[in-house]
Design a protein around this ligand. Structure first.
Ligand code: ZN
Length: 531
């Protein structure tokens, strides 16, 4: 299936909204760096202190110090951290810290488990190949793995021995990059330890649309963090303004951070990771909505995460899902009124295209195309309600944050000047983003009922097409019915009449034939002229 665009239709005439300023987001101030001379002096003094006090540090023949970090106190005291090598091999558990006063005089020392770092021989009895194979066998959860062994002196328990430290890198159960580090004795082949190469981390994101949020990131083996969600498997990357048509899942560059604090909370930000915060967080909300409400694990229900691109194209005021890429792609907006297309309902809309294509696969033209678009609007809106965010509150306005004041609305879709409120025999000739109005209007009537209503500060007024009065049963129930209709009863050629039948089947399954819910679904369809 070709990529399905979220069309950005003409805005409502005269409707210009002032975008509410987000709560000011603060980033911790960077630690003041001292003058280079002071730092350099502390390092050379520390090296001299270790050499002069070799007994204290267990620093003997064949060893070298590898500088790792320097902390300078306000009073001039310094704390210089080193790793050690033995005959060029890294010593695991050989790190130490030299504490010095302002004059560089040794005050104290901190050491990891290793004292002496010497091993009798640096020639392994177990081959690298055998170490690598053993490590692969010890990492059963990692698929398509590449195993890279490195000879080390392992002294984390205090006794130095020659060992293979093998990094196994591949793919985890959610399709995310995953790895294990396996350490084996290079003399006996015995496994010493095994641990995950990457660690789940919790970052702080200063988003554009939802304030300061917590995001799931990954701590990298070599230090720092990246926007890989280890819980849900999606990876958020910078498309570097490549066009949507030229993107592959392997395109773009990952986002990295040393602090795990991301973004500056601004729209149209020069900090490229700001849009990535929203895309990353809102993809997680969408994943969680499907998982926790509908029991669906990811787009294909296989627990795998997609690739999410931000900064696609140049002033591309759109977003889309691509099946072939298994990617979400988001543009930067028009550069003036519309900011980055990464808000909650937009991400929910795009990911839902993936869900639709993995299930009913509604053809993207005619009435089935309108149903496809409506399904994305419905679940995008449900994701927004589900996130329950105090800045981007739930509403029946679609893309209200990134296309202010809104792109489409549910209570009376025709207010956008293009969409249909009611079914007619010609509705299938409309653009799919406008024939979707019938489905969106049905969803509103079934959820909230006809008439006027104010919700989270937004006033709606929904009239039926047949003059009837409809009493809503709440959006959560209607969404459950719609999800079951989509995944169980609809097919690629379902039209509005078929959608009525599918949703009534679903309502019967969930609540019983003739139940209040069943009758409300029927009444709402009749209310949009689908009988
Ligand atoms: Zn769409």
């Amino acid at each position: 299936m070709t990529p399905t665009p979220l069309s950005r239709r003409a805005r409502v005439a005269g409707a210009v909204a002032i975008v509410a300023a987000l709560a000011g987001a603060t980033v911790p101030a960077a630690t003041a760096s001292a003058a280079t001379g002071t730092r350099e002096a502390a390092i050379s003094q520390a090296r001299a202190n270790v050499a002069r006090n070799a007994g204290v540090f267990g620093f003997g023949a064949g060893q070298d110090l590898v500088l790792k970090d320097v902390v300078l106190d306000a009073d001039g005291a310094s704390h210089v951290r080193f790793d050690r090598t033995f005959q060029g091999l890294p010593v695991v558990g050989g790190d130490l810290v030299v504490h010095q006063d302002a004059k560089g005089k040794l005050k104290d020392s901190s050491r990891a488990a290793a004292h002496d770092a010497a091993v009798r021989s640096t020639v392994p009895k177990v081959t690298a190949q055998s170490g690598a194979a053993g490590a692969l066998a010890a990492a059963p959860g990692v698929k398509d793995a590449v195993s890279t062994p490195e000879l080390v002196v392992w002294a984390a328990d205090g006794t130095p021995r020659l060992a293979w430290r093998t990094t196994v890198e591949g793919t985890g159960e959610h399709g995310q990059p995953a790895g294990k580090v396996v350490v084996t004795d290079a003399t006996t082949g015995e496994q010493i330890e095994s641990y995950d190469a990457e660690h789940q981390a919790s970052g702080t994101g200063n988003s554009e649309y939802t304030g300061t949020v917590t995001i799931d990131t990954t701590a990298k083996t070599g230090g720092g963090y990246t926007l890989t969600d280890p819980v849900r498997g999606h990876v958020t990357k910078d498309a570097n303004n490549l066009s949507a048509s030229s993107l592959k899942a392997s395109s773009g560059t990952p986002f990295n951070s040393t602090t795990n604090v991301w973004g500056d909370g601004k729209k149209f930000s020069s900090d490229r990771s700001t849009a990535a915060v929203d895309a990353h967080a809102n993809t997680a909300w969408t994943y969680d909505y499907y998982k926790n409400v509908h029991g669906r694990s990811g787009i294909k229900n296989d627990g795998k995460g997609a690739t999410v691109f931000v900064h696609v194209g140049t002033n591309w005021d759109n977003a889309q899902w691509s099946d072939t890429c298994f990617c979400m792609m988001t543009g930067d907006g028009d550069g003036t009124t519309d900011p980055e297309q990464v808000d909650l309902d937009t991400m929910g809309h795009e990911m839902t295209h993936g869900v639709t294509s993995a299930t009913a696969n509604l053809r993207y033209s005619g009435e089935s195309g309108g149903l496809n678009e409506s399904t994305s609007d419905i679940f995008g809106t449900m994701v927004e309600f589900y996130a329950n965010n105090s800045v981007d509150t739930g509403d029946y306005l679609f893309s209200d944050q990134s296309t202010p004041p809104w792109l489409r609305r549910f209570d009376k879709p025709s207010l956008d000047g293009r969409s249909a409120d009611c079914w007619s025999s010609s509705v299938g000739k409309l653009d799919v983003h406008n024939s979707s109005g019938v489905g969106n209007h049905w969803f509103y009537l079934a959820s909230e009922g006809s008439g006027s209503k104010t919700l989270n500060g937004v006033t709606y007024n929904s009239a039926t097409c047949n003059g009837s009065t409809v009493t809503g049963i709440g959006r959560d129930k209607v969404a459950k019915i719609w999800y079951r209709a989509l995944t169980v009863y609809m097919t690629s050629t379902t039209n509005y009449k078929g959608a009525r039948a599918a949703s009534l089947n679903a309502a019967r399954d969930l609540y019983g034939a003739g139940s209040t819910e069943y009758n409300a679904v029927a009444a709402a369809w009749s209310g949009v002229n689908v009988s």
